[in-house]
Design a protein around this ligand. Structure first.
Ligand code: TEU
Length: 519
């Protein structure tokens, strides 16, 4: 059954980078420490850009490095147009962008449109009273101190999404922490100011944005009570409706006024891919949207087959392009969720051979698991410290972090360090490098159509084909038992087996994934 027959663009030779490429997410606190204070920083990232080049990714997405009191580790921004001293200074951001571009790596920065920090001057002004210039930039409603204006509850707690301000006798809305007041995008000055933030970074040369919970910005002023299951977490799974679409069109127009393929990918934590796809509009809203349905799919061949079909049927009719992610800074790493290295290797083959843009999360190429974080060292209000552990670069990983890393290192850090894995063909790192090189060299893989093929239970099979280069077939065994009765006799291109290893053309071993060619 051919399910995706076009690459969505008339000229296959010129797919924009964000369709043909692979994006690598960096969480700046934990990528690399340039000054030995135990916390990652921008000079650390710049010094390690060679890792991204050697890995073979096309773009880096940087989680927030802006000025912030760090109540939500940077997702509470107090100055969008400056670098937090923890991470360096503005000149370090410029240097990072220049160095990335010099090696051909695109730069995507985080854009946090839904809320700011309580310490942002806009909110500080709003707190001065009902007549303040920036008062209406936020969402204020009347109500008795113990009577929140509606039934919405904030993320990371079961508490109301409202905090009462005694001085003015009103509540302000925060879908996340009380330290993250929501902006009111119904106010034209907010739109202008936030467009100014986009311009600031576009003018500094960034290639795109990852827009944090961007589907939340179009809230209707009525702010009606929600059914109980949605009220529990209105920031998630809530389709806020028409206001957001209008704002996204404005953002898209702004990006298109700049030369080059500037891109916005939305963090769309929505109930299904059809709702997710609606935020691409008619190719006039987001360029890409994260597929959280697939991110949360269990490791089963039939479930992944369904995710592939669902993404194609939601996106193909509108010319949208899929994205695939297995890990990020908000959920346990897939190596931890899947429970074995063998499965993580098969998952890498899946991620890097599907039709769509893969987003890697730093450290997955090392096969890192979540760190065990003892109670007394936990710092994130959302309980997400484990996946944010610092990366091991050398066989002295503690030393990479000045002997005082801000979080415990992941298990087995020395053995899984970049230094220890480099050049070892059996390592996860070399597995990722081989897969990324194959993907880049093979048009069928980075831009071709995808056709699902029949396969025995437990196996997922698909064919990728483009108008140039060989067709490629992928077969993945999602189980930990060998599965026979297959015909995989064609030329071995890659997979979980080592290059040169002998493979049985009729059998996929436990957790085996195999890429073969048609010729
Ligand atoms: O995440 C939004 C979001 O959906 C997360 O809250 C996620 O579902 C949750 O962490 C699961 O435990 C974005 C950012 O990625 C996250 O780091 C921020 O905390 C959040 O927005 C607020 O800006």
């Amino acid at each position: 059954m051919p399910i995706s027959t076009t690459d969505g663009h008339s000229s296959p030779d010129r797919l924009p980078w964000y369709r043909s490429g692979v994006v690598y997410q960096v969480y700046p606190r934990s990528f690399a420490d340039g000054d030995g204070d135990g916390v990652g920083d921008l000079p650390g990232i710049t010094a390690h850009l060679g890792h991204l080049r050697d890995l073979g990714v096309d773009a880096v997405w940087l989680s927030p490095f802006y000025r912030s009191p760090m109540a939500d580790f940077g997702y509470d921004v107090s100055d969008h147009c400056d670098v937090d001293p923890t991470f360096g200074e503005l000149a370090d951001a410029d240097a990072l962008i220049a160095a990335a571009h010099a090696q051909g790596t695109k730069v995507v920065v985080d854009f946090v449109p839904n809320h700011v920090s309580v310490e942002h001057p806009w909110f500080q002004d709003a707190l001065t009273g009902r007549e303040a210039e920036h008062r209406d930039w936020f969402v204020w409603r009347d109500g008795a101190p113990d009577q929140p204006p509606n039934n919405w509850r904030a993320a990371f707690s079961a508490s109301p999404a409202w905090t009462y301000d005694e001085a003015s006798g009103q509540h302000y809305l925060h879908l996340f922490l009380p330290e993250q007041p929501d902006l009111d995008w119904n106010h034209p000055e907010v739109v202008r100011a936030m467009h100014g933030v986009l311009r600031f970074w576009l003018d500094r040369g960034v290639d795109g944005f990852r827009a944090d919970v961007v589907y939340c910005i179009g809230k209707e002023p009525a702010l009606r009570d929600l059914p109980e299951d949605l009220a529990e977490l209105p920031a998630l799974l809530q389709d806020f409706g028409p206001g957001t679409h209008e704002q996204l069109r404005g953002i898209r127009t702004l990006l298109e006024s700049y030369p080059g393929d500037r891109m916005v990918v939305g963090e769309t934590v929505l109930p299904d891919v059809t709702t997710m796809a609606s935020y691409l509009g008619h190719d006039d809203e987001l360029h890409l949207a994260f597929n959280f349905s697939a991110l949360h799919a269990p490791w089963r061949a039939d479930r992944w087959r369904r995710e592939i079909e669902a993404a194609a049927s939601a996106l193909d009719p509108i010319g949208g392009w899929p994205t695939w992610t297995l890990s990020n800074h908000d959920i346990p790493r897939h190596r931890t969720r899947l429970g074995s290295e063998g499965r993580a290797r098969a998952a890498a083959v899946l991620l890097l051979t599907l039709r769509g843009t893969p987003f890697l999360y730093m450290g997955e190429e090392l096969g890192l698991s979540d760190a065990e974080v003892p109670e007394e060292r936990r710092v994130d209000p959302g309980g997400r410290d484990g996946c944010r552990a610092p990366l091991p670069w050398t066989e002295d990983p503690e030393g990479d972090w000045g002997g005082r890393a801000w979080l415990p290192l992941p298990p087995d850090a020395a053995r899984l360090s970049v230094e220890a894995q480099t050049g070892d063909p059996t390592s996860m790192l070399e597995h990722y490098r081989r897969l990324l090189a194959l993907r880049r060299a093979t048009p069928a893989l980075h831009r071709g159509a995808l056709e699902l093929l029949d396969a025995p239970a437990g196996v997922l099979r698909y064919r990728r084909s483009a108008d140039e280069g060989p067709d490629v077939e992928v077969a993945i065994n999602f189980t930990d038992e060998a599965i026979g009765g297959l015909d995989l006799s064609r030329r071995f291109l890659g997979g979980t087996a080592l290059p040169g290893a002998s493979t049985d053309p009729a059998v996929l071993g436990p957790d085996e994934a195999r890429i073969t060619t048609a010729d």
